[in-house]
Design a protein around this ligand. Structure first.
Ligand SMILES: Nc1ncnc2c1ncn2[C@@H]1O[C@H](COP(=O)(O)OP(=O)(O)OP(=O)(O)O)[C@@H](O)[C@H]1O
Length: 606
């Protein structure tokens, strides 16, 4: 067994740093020019705030203390000049950074979605869709804030702290030394509580993803939920998850609030102390009034920046959690990848299939082989029915032919080429699948039939719909083909959905048709229309049908009887009925074959 994706929804232990966030900074690279201008604006804005300290010092010492009005006027002019520079810088910083944040998140969303789309179907058996949706929406939204403002606020705070400390040192080295000595008393508790906030943030995000995943599942199955009166249970379970999410958020809020409170207490206590010490210096004549004012301004600036930093650190930590979850997705590698040097499939394709000594077990159940030692050759244009009890491996064979999985042993060949040597899209373009319960997308009929073939004109779509016996009911819809078919096609009957799927397959004009007949009975009219549509569809192509209808097995060239992943018999309906083996037993049960009729079939004259 090849190793599978480790644990896609792993709840990994949390790293204590902002590294995941930095890893995402690579997304800024294409916009480096803007980022540099934004950084410059940031520095200028911070610099002008720092310049205010000097304006205040001049104002007090040469303006107020000297008692000259002209000095006051001059100080005001300088003040206004600084304000204008600051306003311009703030405008530039704010616009550019928000732009960058939005841009980076938009790119990130696209990159993650692209990666998710490229992953093999096996991956999606190991994750909940809701979890991925929550990463693509909630986590990216969080990063939008982080990249758009939080990072800038952090950078601004850091600049102000560094610049403030320099200005403090310039103003009064002695006081500054005292302040710096006391700083660890503030920073250590801040970082300790900050770590706790981050840990709780991730847990809160995880709980939120649980809520999302549950809604996703319940709403998709709303008919089943209501038919089985499962609402009270769902309500209760959902409430449980919502409460868990709330509890996680409450713990986070508590940690976050204690962080802010602690910071406030510590910094303002420190400012009081500075005022007291500075006052003594002024009284002793070692410091002017203006210098003390500037010193106070800078220490408040530094203190409030540290306070601000502690708040944004919490936000950054949440952002780091979100980054981690997105990076996890970005790091996933599909198990099914195109070969390095894909071989071209013959053109036109003939749809010839060969299956040699095929053994396959699903990754989720590695010890049980769904297909075992299967050897089958299907000629171009041949019609083959697959018959076997439930769980025999019929659908699995379809999945392998579409190369959704690779076998553990043996190989499948399409037009003589091993599936692993050709490009998966190249292969899949030559195959059309009509599933038992076809998927109808939330779009109109045009789009639903055209699905995946954007360059096909309306005329061709209509012809396909005609051939699939679908035009008649589509034309009767309020806006004809342009009618919105509803999410998952809930506005269509089973037979109508099938005919749309058949039209989709006809339009693709595949060399190989994989058809999983519906088990549910259709009314006589729908049945007749679907059969006619299928007849058109199968014409001139290799067709592999998981058969549930007598009409179908009678029409095919060969029936393969599969049981527990092995081929146990093959032949025509009449031959297999005559053998009186598993097929005859199944046929009587599944196709409601009357014993007399089957015996009549088995005779050469029948
Ligand atoms: N995604 C999966 N992961 C693990 N096991 C699977 C998966 N899909 C199918 N199986 C198992 O593989 C075996 C073959 O399943 P498969 O769906 O091919 O049967 P089938 O013949 O198509 O049955 P049915 O007629 O009921 O659709 C079954 O035992 C099934 O439980």
């Amino acid at each position: 067994m090849p190793p599978r994706h480790a644990s896609p929804v792993s709840r990994r232990p949390i790293s204590r740093n902002l590294l995941p966030l930095l890893q995402l900074l690579g997304f800024i690279r294409p916009y480096l020019g803007r980022a540099l201008v934004a950084a410059l604006a940031l520095v200028v804005a911070a610099g002008s705030v720092l310049a205010f300290g000097q304006v205040i010092r001049t104002l007090v010492d040469s303006g107020l203390a000297s008692g000259r009005g002209a000095a006051l006027d001059h100080a005001l002019l300088v003040f206004l000049a600084v304000v204008i520079v600051m306003a311009l810088a703030v405008f530039g910083r704010s616009y550019l950074l928000t732009w960058l944040g939005e841009r980076v998140v938009a790119d990130l969303r696209r990159a993650v979605f692209e990666r998710v789309l490229s992953l093999d179907v096996g991956y999606f058996e190991t994750v909940r869709t809701g979890e991925i949706i929550s990463r693509l929406t909630a986590d990216t939204a969080l990063l939008q804030v982080v990249f758009g403002s939080t990072l800038a606020m952090a950078a601004r705070a850091l600049l102000l702290i560094a610049g403030g400390i320099v200005m403090l040192a310039v103003t009064s080295p002695k006081l500054t030394a005292l302040v710096l000595l006391g700083t660890p008393a503030i920073l250590v508790p801040v970082w300790l509580i900050g770590y706790r906030v981050r840990r709780l943030s991730r847990s809160s995000q995880d709980r939120l993803a649980d809520v999302g995943a549950y809604v996703d599942e319940a709403l998709h199955a709303i008919r089943t939920v209501q038919a089985f009166c499962h609402e009270p249970t769902d309500r209760q379970r959902y409430a449980g998850r919502v409460e868990e999410a709330f509890a996680a958020a409450r713990s986070r809020a508590l940690a976050s609030a204690s962080l802010s409170g602690t910071v406030m207490l510590l910094t303002f206590a420190a400012i009081g102390l500075v005022l007291w010490l500075g006052g003594r210096e002024v009284l002793a004549g070692r410091l002017s009034g203006g210098e003390l004012s500037a010193f106070l301004f800078y220490s408040m600036l530094v203190a409030s920046s540290i306070g601000g930093l502690s708040e944004v650190v919490a936000e950054l930590m949440r952002g780091a959690g979100a980054s981690e979850r997105l990076l996890e997705l970005l790091a996933q590698r599909p198990q099914i990848t195109p070969p390095r040097d894909p071989r071209p499939l013959p053109e036109p394709a003939s749809g010839r299939i060969e299956i040699r000594d095929l053994t396959f077990a699903y990754p989720a159940q590695p010890e049980i082989a769904a297909i075992e030692g299967l050897d089958v050759a299907i000629a171009a244009g041949e019609r083959v029915a697959l018959v076997g009890p439930s769980g025999a491996g019929k659908s699995t064979l379809f999945q392998l032919l579409l190369r959704f999985y690779d076998p553990q042993r043996g190989a499948l060949f399409f037009d003589g080429l091993d599936l692993r040597t050709v490009h998966p899209s190249d292969l899949r373009r030559r195959i059309a699948i009509v599933p038992q319960d076809p998927v109808i997308f939330a779009a109109d009929a045009w789009e639903n039939i055209r699905y995946g073939l954007d360059d096909v004109d309306d005329e061709a779509v209509r012809r396909a719909a005609d051939a699939a016996q679908a035009s008649e009911f589509l034309d009767r819809l309020p806006q004809g083909f342009a009618t919105f078919l509803g999410e998952r096609g809930v506005r269509l009957s089973g037979g109508q959905r099938q005919r749309i799927a058949i039209a989709r397959a006809i339009l693709r004009d595949p060399a190989l048709l994989l058809l999983d007949e519906a088990t549910s009975a259709l009314d006589a009219e729908n049945e007749r229309l679907v059969q006619r549509a299928l007849e058109t569809l199968m014409e001139g192509r290799t067709s592999l049908v998981i058969a549930h209808r007598l009409a179908t097995v009678r029409k095919v060239d060969r029936i393969l009887v599969i049981d527990r992943g092995r081929l146990i018999a093959s032949g025509t309906h009449a031959q297999l009925m005559a053998e009186e083996g598993l097929y005859a037993r199944l046929a009587r049960l599944q196709f409601q074959v009357d014993r007399d009729e089957s015996l009549a079939d088995a005779t050469p004259a029948g």
